[in-house]
Unconditional design. Structure first.
Lengths: 331, 292
């Protein structure tokens, strides 16, 4: 399916080795819970995939549209809260309807926000993502009656995952939710790849390279930026639905500015403008975070230093490392 | 405590004080942005550093007024160090990189603040004659807040004179409009960028030490002020100094009113106001880049 990316005019031939690699990684991930009995690693990889999806959604915005969102996790959080509230208050069994509600509600929130942001231009866009992100964080944090405030949303029921009448298992089971996350993340990945490699993606990249020139050749820059923003927010809302199904809990810290910086760092680690890089970045980040936060409480200092280091010395991230090495070998 | 009039006077004075603090932070941001097109995400953290150094200086027995001068200088020195080491090499790269870079810097500084001063809130002790209250139109208002208002007015007046009357101010104003021309006249733009960054940092530190006694000093104050100053800067128009004045007063008044009537969700009102203004005036109230 990923061979269909050769659209005339867009020179993006996929290396066959890359396809083989992707398939091997996918199969490896799918078999992992049956090989390893270690619950800890299963849930760690599950978290990596969810954050990878979130990082990929931010990468669509940052790497392809060239707009920066400081608090993209806010949209994941909104979706997670909506899915959770739907399952708790409306119907504890209808999983798909809840996820659908989460995505629709998040898009409905993101649309007016994006509309305002897109009109203000590049830099103000970035500053506004922060202001609006803080707004959502404040609402979730202070609206105690609905969201549970500081305590977060608790008492999530575990619905069964069903598809066309089949019961695939309960979402409370770590292995089931792991495989469910893997399938959804993989579908989102290939779908996003397809969108990004289409003429639509080329327009986004043109806007990233030079906004003025893009508008000179007749591209409605604001509209395409808004579409890019909506795509990113919808992907983030899918990640949010997966997040609450996996954790069974969501609190305001998931939507904080600090967590947003973490997502930004995942994209930087993986390399801007590389979709698979975002997953790699998320995996590295979650692993390091898990490792370091047990040792020191001053995790912030470390995060700041690594971000500074990455921007100064390795702006292409992990995905660009290969290129660096190639150039190094030639020189 | 006297009646409705007293409450009105209280609210209006409080909102003026808040506006003043917003203004100094936002002007600092705008000076840096207007001259070198860098949006300093660590500005809020530097503001917090100003407040914390002020606290340490006063706690170690120094006069508050001496701290008022020394703390901004320390923050300016930190700004100089930051500019020379990591901001200057980034000048030629895209703006997204400097945004992310200074964002990382913000977390680094915030983390260092927590490391050095801990998580507990601090308070700056004022000299005795500033601690009392004075009667204004039927309400007892803290003397320190009144003094703060005069101080902020003094700082703004001084800055205005500096920009309009001195030679350095002339160079700064010229560089904000046609930097190429200024560098053709034999002025080293690298120093102009450096000066702008340090001046902005000094403003942040000054706002910190002024706001320190008004509120409690805690590790969160930096990021809260960063968001507020973004709101002010974006509403006023990026890089526009006069726009910042209007926006700071507007946001100060609205936030004080909102905090008075609905305590918890006050900031949400401010954000919604911002969204409404930007929906009609996407470039802010006065548009971008009027540096005077």
């Amino acid at each position: 399916m990923e061979n269909t990316t050769n659209i005339p005019g867009i020179n993006k031939r996929v290396h066959p080795l890359k396809i083989v690699m992707i398939i091997i990684v996918l199969i490896g991930l799918a078999l992992f819970p049956f090989i390893s009995e270690n619950r800890f690693y299963i849930s760690l990889i599950n978290e990596m995939m969810i954050y990878g999806l979130l990082a990929m959604s931010l990468d669509v915005l940052l790497g392809y549209t060239g707009s920066l969102s400081f608090m993209h996790n806010a949209y994941m959080g909104i979706s997670a809260y909506v899915v959770g509230l739907f399952l708790i208050h409306l119907s504890p069994t209808s999983l798909w309807l809840a996820c659908f509600a989460g995505i629709i509600f998040t898009s409905a929130v993101a649309l007016p926000v994006g509309w305002v942001q897109v009109r203000t231009g590049g830099l103000a866009f970035a500053l506004l993502t922060m202001a609006f992100g803080m707004m959502f964080h404040t609402i979730v944090w202070k609206w105690y009656d609905v969201t549970g405030g500081d305590d977060g949303l608790m008492g999530m029921p575990n619905p069964d995952i069903t598809l066309f009448g089949w019961n695939l298992g309960n979402s409370g089971n770590p292995v089931t939710i792991y495989l469910f996350t893997l399938v959804i993340a993989a579908i989102c990945f290939f779908l996003t790849r397809r969108i990004i490699n289409s003429p639509f993606g080329a327009v986004l990249e043109a806007i990233r390279e030079n906004e003025d020139r893009a508008s000179f050749i007749g591209i409605n820059v604001r509209r395409y930026k808004l579409l890019g923003w909506m795509l990113a927010c919808m992907l983030a809302s899918v990640a949010g639905a997966l997040f609450i199904l996996y954790k069974g809990y969501i609190g305001p810290t998931t939507m904080s500015a600090f967590a947003g910086a973490g997502v930004l760092m995942m994209v930087l680690l993986g390399g801007m403008g590389s979709l698979w890089g975002a997953f790699v970045g998320a995996a590295i980040f979650i692993y390091i975070q898990d490792y370091i936060s047990t040792m020191t409480e001053h995790w912030e200092i470390f995060l700041g230093l690594v971000v500074i280091f990455l921007v100064l010395f390795l702006p292409t991230g992990f995905a660009g490392l290969g290129e660096h090495l190639k150039r190094f070998r030639k020189a | 405590m006297g009646g409705t009039l007293g409450i009105i006077v209280d609210i209006s004075l409080n909102s003026l004080v808040l506006s003043g603090v917003f203004l100094i932070v936002a002007i600092g941001l705008n000076i840096i942005y207007g001259l070198s097109r860098i949006m300093n995400m660590s500005h809020g953290a530097l503001y917090a550093v100003g407040a914390y150094t002020g606290y340490t200086l006063v706690a170690s027995g120094l006069n508050y007024f001496a701290a008022l001068i020394i703390a901004p200088i320390i923050v300016g020195a930190i700004g100089l160090l930051i500019e020379r080491t990591i901001i200057a090499p980034m000048r030629k790269r895209s703006m997204v990189y400097t945004l992310i870079l200074t964002y990382g810097l913000m977390f680094f500084i915030d983390g260092m603040i927590k490391y050095v001063w801990g998580n507990k809130p601090c308070f700056i002790d004022l000299p005795a004659f500033l601690q009392g209250t004075m009667p204004i139109l039927g309400t007892e208002y803290p003397i320190f807040r009144v003094a703060t208002l005069f101080l902020i007015a003094g700082i703004m007046g001084g800055l205005m004179l500096f920009l309009s009357k001195t030679r350095v101010g002339l160079i700064l104003r010229a560089s904000s409009t046609i930097p190429e021309m200024v560098s053709c006249l034999g002025i080293n733009m690298s120093y102009v960028h450096m000066g702008a960054f340090v001046l902005g940092c000094i403003m942040a530190g000054m706002a910190g030490i002024i706001a320190g006694p008004l509120t409690t000093i805690d590790p969160l104050m930096g990021s809260e002020m960063l968001i507020s100053s973004f709101v002010v800067v974006v509403i006023g128009g990026l890089g526009s100094l006069r726009g910042a004045v209007i926006a700071a007063i507007l946001i100060g008044v609205v936030q004080t009113l909102a905090e008075f009537f609905i305590t918890d969700l006050a900031m949400v009102i401010v954000y919604i106001l911002m969204a409404v203004i930007l929906a009609f005036m996407p470039r802010g109230i006065l548009g971008e880049g009027k540096f005077e």
